[in-house]
Design a protein around this ligand. Structure first.
Ligand code: CO
Ligand code: ZN
Length: 330
């Protein structure tokens, strides 16, 4: 599992530029799917089983990143965000452009050096000295650069959001012996810029039930967000976030399945943020939808942290959920 996670994390995929990570995921699942296709936006859709209830799973392949907007005469690159880049995590960080160059993020001198500058006061320095010798052009895209670090039980990397869910879905797909359902494992694009990939994928699949797999915040760090979820206490069943009221029948299905399989779980209410579940729920005439969340500290920083036990239990729960018939009790 750790080596799969490391492989997924070390392949870049800012929103809209998921072609490299898509090929890595495709190679991991090819032998286990009945059919694989890529839709117009770039979602990778793997079908397993046929004829039963159509269940769509969505885990996003994309990650936050930056895009070059201007190169000055001294070769410094001004940039804009792709997705939710927090200014406080940016200065001193490193980014890798998809065409190769590595850059460090610097910022203008502010009158108050303890204030966090806004992104428009920052720039990327790739070691160039002029616009002419700068290897980056306007429109070039970069992902944050930070190696995967194994702390034993806890794993740290950029883009755990949402490669950890991609890893969970790949592992579940491989472990699934058989299913009474028609499953669609969708590795979505452009989640970080507004759940765009899941929107078209859900329309195309027209599922009977939808489940996103994504990270959620935790409330277990010093004076952190007020939230019940903690690292190491099991995957979380989402009840609500800013974009979704999970279907109570889906919540019930997830909770009852976890209980009967004796898998630890937590209940999640996240006050900000959203996932692909929102796009699935609001697709066409509406779809019962929920979300399986992997607790993660420091989300959208270059050092997102998850617990290996939570990851393994998320795989177990997903396999349990998908291998038995589902009745959504009213
Ligand atoms: Co995110
Ligand atoms: Zn995410």
């Amino acid at each position: 599992m750790k080596s799969l996670i490391e492989k997924l994390i070390s392949t870049p995929g800012p929103s809209g530029y998921e072609s490299q990570i898509r090929e890595v995921v495709r190679a991991e699942i090819e032998a286990f799917a009945d059919e694989i296709k890529v839709d117009a936006l770039g979602n990778l859709i793997a079908r397993v089983g046929s004829g039963g209830k159509k269940i769509m799973l969505a885990g996003h392949m994309d990650e936050i990143g930056v895009i070059a907007t201007h190169i000055d005469e001294n070769g410094f690159i001004r940039f804009s965000n792709i997705g939710g880049v927090f200014p406080r995590y940016a200065p001193g960080g490193r980014v890798r452009f998809l065409n190769g160059p590595l850059g460090v993020i610097g910022s203008e001198q502010l009158s108050d050096p303890y204030k966090v500058p806004t992104l428009d006061k920052m720039f990327i320095d790739v070691g160039a000295t002029s616009r002419e010798n700068c290897p980056v052009k306007v429109g070039d895209v970069a992902a944050f650069e930070r190696p995967f670090t194994d702390l034993g039980q806890r794993l740290v990397a950029k883009a755990m959001d949402d490669r950890i869910a991609v890893a969970v879905m790949i592992a579940a797909l491989r472990q699934l012996k058989n299913t009474p359902h028609e499953l669609y494992f969708v590795f979505t694009v452009q989640e970080e810029v507004g759940v765009r990939g899941a929107t078209t994928a859900a329309f195309g699949i027209d599922p009977d039930l939808g489940l996103a797999v994504d990270v959620t915040l935790t409330g277990d760090t010093p004076k952190g967000v007020k939230m019940e979820v903690a690292l190491g206490k099991g995957p979380a069943v989402k009840i609500k976030d800013a974009g979704l009221l999970a279907d109570p029948r889906v919540v019930n299905w997830m909770v009852e399945t976890a209980k009967s399989a004796k898998i630890p779980y937590q209940l999640e209410i996240l006050e900000h943020g959203g996932t692909d579940a929102r796009a699935i729920q609001l697709s066409r005439a509406g779809v019962p939808a929920g979300c399986l969340s992997i607790p993660c500290r420091y989300v959208h920083s270059p050092s997102e942290m998850v617990d290996l036990g939570d990851v393994e239990n998320a795989v177990k729960l997903l396999v349990e959920l998908l291998s038995k018939p589902v009745t959504l009790a009213r």
